[in-house]
Each structure stands twice: as structure tokens, then as C-alpha cells.
Ligand binder design. Structure first.
Ligand code: ACM
Length: 542
């Protein structure tokens, strides 16, 4: 980036030029097609934006952003007026697609919906110098290279998951993450709001869920992680009110991000059982766990009162979150308490359920039907298929006889390609979040930046005819070992940028060298925002 001082009508103006050669266009995720021409467009305080009623919101957002970095007041004019930056309708483009054209005379952003315009603006903003984007200087003008970008996402599901069951982070951190997701064109914020160690969502009908379930007196800590015998000795608590959550939903919507809430069932439910012991299979009083690892406490899914509780909770969840998909977890349910329960035994006999895996699928199908009846769709980790992917499960639970509802979205995290292929063959929609490639709690030794970047959600070996069933990718920030937001940042950034490109850019259009160059610019902006990303020296080997 150069800052040229130019004498203009006797005044000195600063022109920011993006790049002397304009040969490299640093946008993450990399657009599918970029053609760089000759010359520049000069934007200044007199630049006018042309927008229709439909694109007015995007035009306004761009104007407000620009006015922080460029002196002057940019007008927005109607679609029949003359202007310099034009929002245009192109009904031939898919929902999130856009084209961005910069000529010497004008800029045009064409899309078929506000989502496409939003992404066009995000790409345009990444062409601006960092110091204009961050209002560190207010320039009189800015040069942008003549170019054409044609862009559309490879996958419709580009997710980042935050686990706050383990540690509550709060709205400010969530807004920060949503801002970065939007910049990276990620469109699903998967919010893991419930786990053994904490219940973080206000449910008005069951106030103890947060009064009891959002608090614990201490937490397992230390470098040995799951093997650690060390406790913090410091209480931890926190939850979101329904008003907070609605505010976050609106904030996300403005950034083309859908929030998918996750309410774990039947396992990972100790915090709820601590609040209401009758929810648990053994009916025992327990406290919110202060150790990590998979708890043995599970809901008594055979009890109609427990089912009533879960549907009551889901009703309130659906009132807050308008997403079509509702995630019900379903992972790592241990069956030891079900084994000990006569109540469960009787239910299984009465309903001809052979194994506990069948019981889990039977229960999951009921929840799926409930959600479908409300116009929603259930998603769960791939244990909901009834496969045994854990060494702690018995042979008897190696495979359920009962078939999972075909409407369910399978969130694949554990198992081999054969298991994923089998789910695809059975017709399920799948989001690929295989742990070995996408878990952000794994160290940079285990998942270096390059490995994250090279991930392909359509696995090698999957029959091509099933490719369309792979909806996309999720990367997951599990929370056990990130007590502070600074440590969370270190694990998330820059790998989130790599996953964003995995989700957006077709494999043939990805370029590791270009990504690294663009990342340097993005890191400058993270620095400006106080995001404590892992430096290049620590993100692992190529
Ligand atoms: C998971 O990592 N338990 C989905």
C-alpha cells in the first residue's frame, strides 16, 4: 500500500493505492474468479452510491464505513440517478453470489439478494487499505484497481461453532466473532449453549436451569488437560437472557449469519439434571460437574415428563431462534445409567427396542418429529444414526435397528469414510466437521494451518453422486481449555480464515501462497481490533 501526496488544486491530498502492481488481490476467502485490468478507480468524498429500496441497507452500511476513512459525505441516490458505486439486481445469480466490477469510471456490485450485495461489499472492503478500514487516517481519496470478480460459495453451510457450555464468554466476544465470520463470508454460527458443565440459555418455564445450572464452584485446569488433577478453585458462571439472545440473533442476521442453537440431549445434560434431578435416569441429586470428560448422567428419555420438559425447552428455543435447523447434540451419550434403570428396561420391552442405541434413535426420532411439526429440522452429531463410534459402548449397541428420520441433518464428527458414505447412501444431508481436521481445540501441532486449509468437506472416496448431500463444513471451538477469550482467539485465529476458504472457495481456485499473503493483511486488521491471533511462527508446519 502506498500513500501518495498529490498536489490537487493547491491542496495536498492523500491517495491510498491498494497495490502498486495491482497484480495480487488479497481477499479471504479467495473469490472464484478474479480478472485484474489496467488503471484505477478513484473514490473520494464526492462519490455517490446508487441503490434501490432493496439494496439501500447495504448501500448505507458501505457509506457509513467509507465515511469513517474518507473525508466527505457520500450521497445515496435512487436507481434512476447517476452515481459512481452501483448496487444492481442480477436475478440470474444464486442467493449468495455477487459480481464486483471496478472500472476507471465506476464500481458495480450485482446480486440477486441482499446476501449477495453484502458479500460484494465485504470483498470491496477487503480491497481497501487497512488504515482506511480502521479510520487510522482519514484520506481524501482512495484508489482501487480495475477488476472483475465473479463469486459464489462452494457450500451453503459455512459454520463456526462456539462452545459456551464449558466457559461463558459473553455477548462482546460473540459480536466480535460474528463480525469476523461475516468478513470471511461464513454464514452459520453454531452455538453450543448447553453442556455438562453449564446451562447458558434462560428458559422462563424452568428458571433453575440457569439459577443452578449456569454456576459451578471450580473448574479442572492445567497443562495435562483431561488427565489434570488440578482445580481452579475459582467459581464460574454466566448465561444469556432471552433478550440478549434475540439481540445476538438480530446482529447475526444483519451479517447474513444464521444462528443454530444446540441443546444437548440425551447426554451432556448434567447441568440440567443438577437443576432438576427428576430429569436424570437415576433421579439422583447431582451438582454441576467441575471436571471435564463425558458424564454418565443422561436424561430419562422414557419418562413422558422428561419429554415434556425437552419440548417445552425447544419451544422457547424456537421462539428465540428463527433458524430452520435446531441442533440437539446427541453425541457421547453413555448408556450406563439406562442399564441400571428398571423404568428404562420396562419402556424398552414395551416398545420392542433391542438396544440402547435403538432407544436413543427412538427418542431422537420423537424429537425430530416434534421439530418437524413446528416447521423446523433437527440436526445432531453422527451418533444419532445409532452407530457405535465409541470404545466405551458395548457390542450390543454397535448399530441401531431403528432408522433415523430422513429429515435429520447428520453432523459428521467421528468415524471413517465408510460411515459417512453409508449416511450419504441412506440419503441424509451431511455437514462435515470431522474432528481430526476441523476441531479448533486441537493444537497447532495436531491441526496446523495448512492442514485446516487443505481440508475438503467432500472426502476422497465418497461416490460423486453423493457430493450434493455434503452441505458444507463446520469448525468447532470446544471450550474446555479456553477459559479466557485471549486463549480462544489464539486457537481460532487464523485457522478460522482457512476454514472460511474451505467453505467458500472451490478446491481448484484455492491457493495457499495467495492465502498466506492475504492473511498478512487480515492479521493487521486483527491486531487493530485486539484479536490475539496465533502468529505465523506458531501455526505449524506446511
Ligand atoms: C463432540 O465432539 N462430542 C461432538
Amino acid at each position: 500500500m502506498n500513500i501518495l501526496k498529490v498536489a490537487f488544486l493547491g491542496m495536498s491530498i492523500a491517495i491510498h493505492s491498494v497495490n502498486a502492481q495491482h497484480s495480487s488481490i488479497d481477499i479471504i476467502p479467495r473469490p472464484q474468479k478474479i480478472m485484474v485490468g489496467k488503471g484505477v478507480f478513484v473514490m473520494d468524498g464526492q462519490t455517490k452510491i446508487v441503490a434501490s429500496k432493496e439494496s439501500y441497507g447495504q448501500a448505507m452500511a458501505l457509506k457509513q464505513h467509507l465515511e469513517k476513512g474518507i473525508r466527505g459525505s457520500m450521497g445515496i441516490v435512487g436507481p434512476d440517478d447517476k452515481g459512481d458505486i452501483k448496487f444492481e439486481l442480477d436475478e440470474g445469480l444464486s442467493e449468495e453470489a455477487y459480481t464486483l466490477r471496478i472500472t476507471k469510471k465506476e464500481i458495480s456490485i450485482a446480486a440477486s439478494s441482499s446476501k449477495g450485495w453484502f458479500y460484494g461489499v465485504e470483498s470491496l472492503k477487503q480491497l481497501f487499505p487497512t488504515d482506511i478500514n480502521f479510520s487510522m487516517v482519514r484520506a481524501d481519496a482512495m484508489e482501487l484497481p480495475v477488476l472483475e470478480i465473479d463469486d459464489a460459495p462452494q457450500f451453503r453451510w459455512r459454520a463456526f461453532m462456539l462452545d459456551e457450555g464449558r466457559y461463558f464468554k459473553g455477548k462482546r466476544q460473540v459480536f466480535k466473532l460474528l463480525d469476523e465470520m461475516a468478513r470471511l463470508k461464513m454464514n452459520v454460527f453454531h452455538w453450543h449453549l448447553v453442556d455438562d458443565q453449564g446451562w447458558r440459555i434462560e428458559i422462563k418455564k424452568y428458571p433453575l436451569l440457569t439459577e443452578v445450572g449456569s454456576k459451578r464452584p471450580s473448574t479442572q485446569v492445567g497443562p495435562k488437560k483431561w488427565k489434570s488433577k488440578i482445580q481452579s478453585g475459582v467459581p464460574h458462571e454466566g448465561f444469556y437472557t432471552q433478550e440478549d439472545l434475540k439481540e445476538v440473533v438480530r446482529y447475526a442476521e444483519e451479517r447474513n449469519i444464521t444462528i443454530i442453537p444446540e441443546i444437548e440431549m440425551p447426554g451432556h445434560s448434567s447441568a440440567a439434571i443438577a437443576a432438576y434431578p427428576w430429569l436424570g435416569t437415576l433421579g439422583k441429586e447431582i451438582t454441576v460437574p467441575i471436571w471435564f470428560g463425558v458424564s454418565e448422567d443422561v436424561y430419562n428419555v422414557a419418562d413422558p415428563k422428561v419429554y415434556g420438559f425437552l419440548t417445552d425447552v425447544l419451544d422457547e428455543v424456537m421462539d428465540i431462534f428463527p433458524s430452520e435447523v435446531i441442533h440437539i447434540g446427541g453425541d457421547e451419550a453413555k448408556y450406563t445409567h439406562w442399564e441400571k434403570s428398571d423404568y428404562i428396561k420396562k419402556y424398552m420391552e414395551e416398545n420392542n427396542l433391542e438396544s440402547f442405541a435403538d432407544l436413543q434413535v427412538d427418542f431422537t426420532n420423537k424429537i425430530s418429529q416434534y421439530l418437524e411439526g413446528k416447521g423446523r429440522r433437527m440436526m445432531g452429531w453422527n451418533e444419532i444414526l445409532g452407530h457405535n463410534v465409541h470404545e466405551y459402548q458395548s457390542e450390543r449397541d454397535a448399530g441401531a435397528e431403528i432408522e433415523l428420520s430422513k429429515k435429520a441433518v447428520v453432523h459428521f464428527w467421528k468415524g471413517d469414510i465408510a460411515l459417512l458414505s453409508q449416511a450419504a447412501e441412506m440419503g441424509y444431508d451431511i455437514v462435515n466437521s470431522i474432528h481430526s481436521e476441523t476441531y479448533l481445540d486441537y493444537s497447532y501441532e495436531r491441526i496446523p494451518l495448512k492442514k485446516a486449509y487443505d481440508f475438503n468437506p467432500i472426502p476422497e472416496g465418497l461416490d460423486e453422486k453423493y457430493s450434493d448431500q455434503i452441505q458444507g463444513v463446520g469448525c468447532q471451538m470446544w471450550g474446555e481449555w479456553i477459559p479466557t477469550s485471549g486463549y480462544m482467539d489464539y486457537m481460532v485465529f487464523p485457522r478460522i480464515a482457512a476454514y472460511a476458504e474451505v467453505g467458500w472457495t472451490k478446491p481448484g481456485n484455492k491457493n495457499w501462497e495467495d492465502f498466506n499473503r492475504a492473511l498478512k493483511k487480515m492479521e493487521l486488521s486483527w491486531k487493530q481490533k485486539g484479536i490475539y491471533f496465533a502468529p505465523a511462527s506458531e501455526v505449524g508446519k506446511e
